[in-house]
Design a protein around this ligand. Sequence first.
Ligand code: SAM
Length: 294
Amino acid sequence: MSQALARKPDAPALVEGEFAFTANDFAQIAQLLYEQAGITLSDSKSTLVYSRLAKRLRALGLASFAEYIALVSSPAGDTERGAMLNALTTNVTRFFREPHHFDHLRDQVLAPRIAAVKAGRARMRLWSAGCSTGQEPYSIAMTVLSLLPDAPNLDVKILATDIDTKVLATGREAIYSEELISAIPPEARNRWLEKDRASGDWRMSAAVRSLVSFKELNLIGQWPVKGPFDAIFCRNVVIYFDEPTQERIWSRFAPLLGTEGRMYIGHSERVAGAAGQWISDGLTVYRHQAGGAR
Ligand SMILES: C[S@@+](CC[C@H](N)C(=O)[O-])C[C@H]1O[C@@H](n2cnc3c(N)ncnc32)[C@H](O)[C@@H]1O
């Protein structure tokens, strides 16, 4: 845990509002977030941090950010540290984001393995690391089902992990608004979504849900996962990490990929320092030089 930085009396407000919020408060929160999630916060994020955490202060009945920081820095603040992470992560996602990745997955990774999986001679393992509210793993699931409608009865599993417990709960629920599902191609939408009577929204069908398991996992912590994976999607997640942390994560994925396994990353992400280990296999798609796990 970070040592609380010395508090200057009457320090000027960094963001004006209901609660006093100084540059020192922001620095301490940024330090906590970096230690716990690897996420770096630039100074331009101060208003965002204020507005997201002001809700937590209100909910807890706290009078100042100083009190909030004291709570999340203490051993008793375990639950609130989780709530702080949930409040500060950026969870923007959508179905079939970067559609070329799903075409690549279908044609280059899944199609060559279909016969073996159908015959029970091979399994299929896919990982959405930083899955947010489920759109990415469910897009993977619908891609699998487009080739293998019997996937729920075969040895096919999609692991969906995130540090944010709130988005994981949404993913497990699998209910999305009409607007969100409009990004799903009509054929898949008609086939794999059902109207949720209670909410009037749409729910992924039981077949799609049965393929995906949502688990809490911090990418800068231990990974209780078992490869080899046919594909790892880790898109628009490490963009919030510093370069050494990004490189560490790419390197940890490598031994978890199967010989034909691919890693899919976000459109603005690079595997710069580790480039020697990875071979580009299309736009933001990589395979590992050593061929990954056997
Ligand atoms: C912008 S979303 C990307 C979602 C999806 N991969 C996509 O590209 O649409 C980033 C996700 O990474 C998660 N995340 C951030 N830091 C993390 C960490 N240290 N471990 C695991 N997940 C993390 C956030 O909670 C968030 O849901």
